[in-house]
Ligand binder design. Structure first.
Ligand code: NAP
Length: 278
């Protein structure tokens, strides 16, 4: 009998995780199968009872990344600091939670950075769950020059929480637009640019310096209006696919001890999404 793995969340039908993980099981000769399971908050408790005895590991996506924490036996310190879990490992009936989103993002970014990440001057646009995972992972890696901007400035203040005032600066969107030229890496973490508002951008790139790295967490559309604009201004651009692949690869490594082939996964998913290298 194959070991069973899942991604749970709602909605989950669109998830590309089964395609990616099943390809990795196949390529690594591991007897495992990964499926997507639609689970809402109200079903989570009973699904956890079932998973404790039947599943080797699972990923967790919206809206369960925070809710899941109460059902776990242990949570690693970075996931605790982020306040969300996306990967669970079942160790003989004990459920251990991690968050691979932020570190996965940083691993994917290494392809487009020309200097060590600690030397980048970083602007994070957004203050939601993804921004939180990335901010805490950057701080975990020792990065110190970080600015956060967000439509709702209060949320940026809540994110930084008074704890990281030496490392993290907060700016309004209009200030960030004006001072954009001082940043070497811009991380777009809002949902602005997704359907049905594909033509929207979260801030003006008029003052962007050329050769700035501009990264957008969205990968559908494959190249957002924000990335298209940045590309026209000679930025180095990256979409959210590397983050998606690396968060999955780190989860796969937790479950199997093997770090899978991320380059082949990129080619497979790029084809599925109908995109061209970005
Ligand atoms: P979230 O917690 O709901 O946060 C949403 C963020 O977007 C907030 O900062 C919010 O600002 C901002 N926002 C939403 N609508 C806006 C608008 N019309 N104008 C300006 N700002 C707006 O969501 P999340 O979980 O962080 O996810 C954010 C994005 O990251 C989504 O597109 C998601 O698909 C993507 N993501 C990608 C990956 C990947 O693997 N590539 C992983 C996780 C997430 P306010 O605070 O002002 O509301």
């Amino acid at each position: 009998m194959e070991d069973q793995y899942y991604v749970i969340g709602q909605p989950i039908g669109h998830s590309m995780s089964p395609t990616m993980h099943n390809e990795w099981f196949l390529k690594n000769n591991i007897s495992g199968h990964y499926s997507a399971k639609e689970v809402g908050v109200s079903e989570l408790e009973s699904v956890m009872t079932e998973f404790r005895s039947s599943v080797k590991g699972f990923n967790v996506t919206a809206p369960l990344k925070v809710e899941i924490m109460q059902y776990l036996d242990e949570i690693d310190p970075l996931a605790k600091a982020i306040g969300a879990v996306n990967t669970v490992i079942n160790k003989n009936g004990l459920l251990y939670g991690k968050n691979t989103d932020g570190i996965g993002y940083c691993r994917g970014l290494s392809f487009v950075l020309k200097k060590p990440i600690e030397q980048e001057k970083i602007l994070i646009i957004g203050a939601g769950g993804a921004a939180r995972a990335i901010l805490y992972s950057l701080l975990h890696l020792g990065v110190k020059q970080i600015t956060v901007t967000n439509r709702t400035l209060e949320k940026a203040h809540e994110l930084v929480d008074g704890k990281f005032m030496n490392e993290v600066n907060i700016m309004s969107i209009s200030d960030a637009e004006e001072k954009l030229g001082q940043f070497s890496l811009i991380i777009q973490t809002t949902s602005v640019g997704m359907k049905p508002n594909e033509n929207s951008i979260p801030l003006s790139l008029a003052n962007l310096s050329s050769n700035t790295v501009v990264s957008d967490l969205i990968y559908s559309p494959f190249k957002t209006a924000f990335l298209k604009d940045a590309e026209q201004r000679n930025a180095i651009i990256q979409n959210g696919l590397p983050m998606f692949i690396y968060q999955g690869a780190l989860a796969f490594q937790e479950w199997t001890g093997i770090f899978p082939n991320t380059i082949d996964a990129y080619t497979l998913l790029e084809r599925k999404l109908g995109g061209t290298k970005c």
